[in-house]
Design a protein around this ligand. Sequence first.
Ligand SMILES: Cc1ncc(COP(=O)(O)O)c(C=O)c1O
Length: 429
Amino acid sequence: MTHAELWERHKAVMPDWLSLYYEEPIEIVQGSGRRVTDGEGNSYLDFFAGILTNAIGYDIAEISDAVREQLSSGIAHTSTVYLIRKQIELAEQIAKLSGIENAKVFFANSGTEANEAALLLATQNRRSNQVLAMRNSYHGRAFGTVAITGNRGWSASSLSPVNVQYLQGAYHYRSPFKNLSDADYIKVCVDDLRNVIETTTSGDVACLIAEPIQGVGGFASPPDGLYGAFKEVLDEYGILFISDEVQTGWGRTGDNFWGIQAHGVVPDAMTFAKGLGNGFAIGGMVARPDLMDSLTANSLSTFGGNPISTSAAKATIDYLLDHDLQANAAKRGAQLADGLRGIAEEFPELGDVRGKGLMLATEIVNPADNTPDAATTAKLQQETKNRGLLIGKGGLYGNVLRMAPPMTLTEEETTEAIEILRDSFNTLR
Ligand SMILES: Cc1ncc(COP(=O)(O)O)c(C=O)c1O
């Protein structure tokens, strides 16, 4: 069956709002390392990795073996009413890695569920329904998480279980304060935070939730240190700080294991998903014990932290720590960023090159006035695919090309991708 035929069947039974990449969407049927093959036999270097989820690549023997070993016991699921050894081991490991004192961990199945848990816990803990979030954020697809998503393109409903105020600062490139020095930028954003608390809330706000680098928002980020400066104000009011590490966790940003460490702050909680299971469905939250224990009713996730997903996740973390993939993300990220900056020197359409480690993006603009150019962005994404490179697209205006390859990326593969990117930009002339 061709891609075209499969696409027709997709359209007949899948929702219209589940959008697909490319003029002619593809099915990925095979993968190895950083390469995948589609249903019509074309092979690609994968620089989007299932939206940053195949964090260490395809067909990793250690992960497949761990899952097979669990399956060979006959047990795929037991439920959280029983002890799950792998879940406990994984929780111990994540608690230790978190840097949060005496941390506790709750497992769910996705980033959305992780953030829903964080909202439930923070609002219960603080006995408040007021939440702060960042403009241009994305935190998930359910009612609570859509409500804290500051991006019209992903906010299908205004219904909200929480009362949300949005802060300035996460999207530096298009901020009204973009021309300030980093220190002044941080100062005005902190002033704005204080002003929002004083003028739009009743003071007893539950939490601020923020992505250290905004994923769906086009890898937009503030200057390092912003969230550390925010935390000082939040502490004055007793407001909890939650870092959404769904895209930035596990060393992807190169400099740090958690994205929020670039801001010199230990959050009260972190949420995670995507890369943790290297493709197996797992998400969760790690938090201060008093915060985690603040529910006064029962709660559980039937599948959350099941034996299969926790076996895969434990094998994934062990692999990325044993192979120091954070260091590789830093090295290969620097190489890719250099390559992108080189292209930007020739092509003024590249308005901004940003991100950290192997989480890099370029904002595509009309050079005359820096306005977003979504059409050229879509063309470039298609051109890279035609040349054997899969990359992501995103941002508030759909004009950001996102690159987040598996963290096992090699020097040769990085060089190959830069060449394909350059060739693709050459089609603009
Ligand atoms: C930062 C962030 N938080 C939460 C989510 C939601 O995760 P999921 O799609 O697993 O529910 C995403 C997904 O893209 C994300 O990027």
